[in-house]
Design a protein around this ligand. Structure first.
Ligand SMILES: *[C@@H]1O[C@H](CO)[C@@H](O)[C@H](O)[C@H]1NC(C)=O
Ligand SMILES: *[C@@H]1O[C@H](CO)[C@@H](O)[C@H](O)[C@H]1NC(C)=O
Ligand SMILES: *[C@@H]1O[C@H](CO)[C@@H](O)[C@H](O)[C@H]1NC(C)=O
Ligand SMILES: *[C@@H]1O[C@H](CO)[C@@H](O)[C@H](O)[C@H]1NC(C)=O
Length: 438
């Protein structure tokens, strides 16, 4: 009896070692592989991400965590879509408390200081925590070490785009609050270099103080279409065109890419027109006209899909939401057809997901139909499995009750392993299957 005891102990030790070092077994290259106008895109939980949880979260915890953060994201997007007056073009308190999903490296200042920033297609502004920031965690941009850094004055047009600017000295500053979180920032300009292209005099927010919980550990790169966005500030360099391939968050050694500018974008790609909501120009609206589960197009009332700039209703592509949200009648139609097809025993709920099975399932494909473009996704884009394979959930949900639910959001899990091309000059968005590997 006694002699058998060390074996389970050894086994559990081995297991915990394997869990501690998930990168064993293949070489991990965490150095920057950015080149010309292409940046490496990492999931926030990837082994190379400095922001991944110190202690590995369980599968359920990871999913519930991401789904909970989506709630705040949805609230932010819905407020943007309906044009609440509390939302300002440059930065909102709401987006500041959100956790990013995908990050890239950006170089601020001269000489370049590398900083991680979250990619956000539904925001315009860029911001980073700066020197002397009270309450910021992790690394900050050291403004004193940059020879090209300069604060933006109160009379500058950029100062008009921030909420309630105050002018201490000559600098343009502003405060943001959300619940218990408060952030104080100044509007600044410095060289921003993405991959190898430097952009002089880039306007962004420099965070000077942050209080409350949670405080963002990294910066933000707004890829929206508004006046302060990367697209607007780099129009001559990148011609308002970019694409990304988002790696699967379950695959530890995969990374994706953010490709800036019209050069080397895919030729074989299907497009759908981009729609503009004049009141919320930063959101990437498209016209979704139907959804199929397997070959069957489910019945969805037109009001659940139609674009309406007055109410903000319609469908957007977003890089910051994890799980696709559909307005209730659309979600219910998709879910009911999915359940009818899958028939894998009793349906249970997990967190915000209402269609889970306690076994592996054989799933039909799901197709989003847009004007001129069908996107058919394999099950890995909409099924989540527990590590042990004992639970499978449909990774989509109806819009939460607490938000004005007019918006369908095509989220990042559903975009993984696809190249999504934002071609603003030609007012179109393209999608093509592509494995997002290093
Ligand atoms: C903004 O925040 C800073 C730092 O927390 C504080 O000192 C300042 O009084 C605030 N300004 C306004 C106008 O609230
Ligand atoms: C950047 O700003 C500096 C100082 O304000 C100015 O001299 C320079 O011409 C600007 N560069 C560009 C490319 O706008
Ligand atoms: C990691 O990459 C290697 C080599 O490209 C591949 O063989 C392996 O399956 C990958 N592992 C995962 C978990 O994706
Ligand atoms: C999309 O799929 C629908 C239904 O299968 C089909 O009728 C339509 O022609 C397809 N559109 C494109 C652009 O492929």
């Amino acid at each position: 009896m006694r002699k058998t005891q060390p074996l389970p102990l050894l086994l559990s030790l081995l297991v915990s070692l394997l869990c501690l070092y998930p990168s064993q077994g293949y070489t991990l290259n965490c150095g920057s592989s950015d080149h010309s106008s292409t940046l490496e895109v990492m999931h926030i939980y990837s082994p190379c991400s400095p922001f991944r949880p110190k202690k590995a979260l369980s599968w359920e915890q990871t999913i519930l965590d991401m789904a909970a953060k989506d709630e705040a994201r949805l609230l932010f997007l819905s407020n943007l879509a309906v044009g609440r007056r509390s939302m300002v073009p440059i930065a909102s308190g709401r987006q500041i408390i959100q956790s990013p999903t995908y990050i890239v490296r950006a170089n601020f200042g001269t000489p370049a200081q590398p900083m991680f920033v979250a990619m956000d297609t539904s925001s315009d502004v860029a911001w980073v925590p700066c020197t002397g920031c009270v309450g910021c965690s992790s690394s900050v941009f050291n403004t004193a070490k940059s020879t090209t850094y300069k604060p933006v004055g109160c009379s500058a047009p950029q100062c008009k785009q921030v909420p309630n600017p105050t002018c201490g000295g000559a600098a343009c500053s502003f405060n943001l609050t959300y619940g218990s979180a408060t952030i104080a920032a100044t509007v600044t300009q410095d060289t921003l270099a993405l991959a190898q292209d430097p952009v002089p005099n880039y306007s962004f927010g420099c965070i000077k103080a942050a209080a409350g919980n949670p405080v963002p550990p990294q910066g933000l790169l707004g890829l929206g279409r508004g006046p302060m966005s990367l697209l607007s500030q780099t129009k001559s360099l990148y011609q308002s065109t970019f694409s990304y391939c988002l790696p699967d968050f379950r695959s530890t050694n995969f990374s994706g890419s953010l490709r800036l500018g019209p050069v080397s974008q895919p030729q074989r790609i299907k497009f759908t027109p981009l729609l503009t909501n004049p009141r919320r120009s930063s959101l990437y609206y498209v016209n979704m006209i139907g959804i199929s589960v397997g070959r069957r197009q489910v019945t969805i009332p037109q009001s659940a899909l139609g674009f309406n700039p007055t109410t903000g209703a319609g469908t957007v592509f977003d890089s910051g939401t994890v799980f696709t949200r559909l307005v209730q009648p659309a979600y219910i139609a998709v879910r009911d057809e999915f359940r009818r097809r899958v028939k894998a025993g009793p349906v249970s709920a997990l967190g915000g997901f209402d269609t889970c099975y306690s076994q592996q399932v054989v799933s039909p494909k799901i197709t989003f139909h847009f004007t001129g473009m069908n996107v058919t996704m394999p099950p890995e884009n909409f099924l989540i499995h527990s590590t042990a394979g004992s639970i499978t959930c449909l990774a989509m949900a109806g819009s939460p009750d607490n938000v004005n639910s007019v918006l369908n959001v095509i989220a990042n899990m559903q975009q993984q392993n696809h190249r999504v091309l934002y071609d603003v000059p030609n007012s179109r968005l393209g999608v093509a299957r592509e494995p997002c590997t290093r």
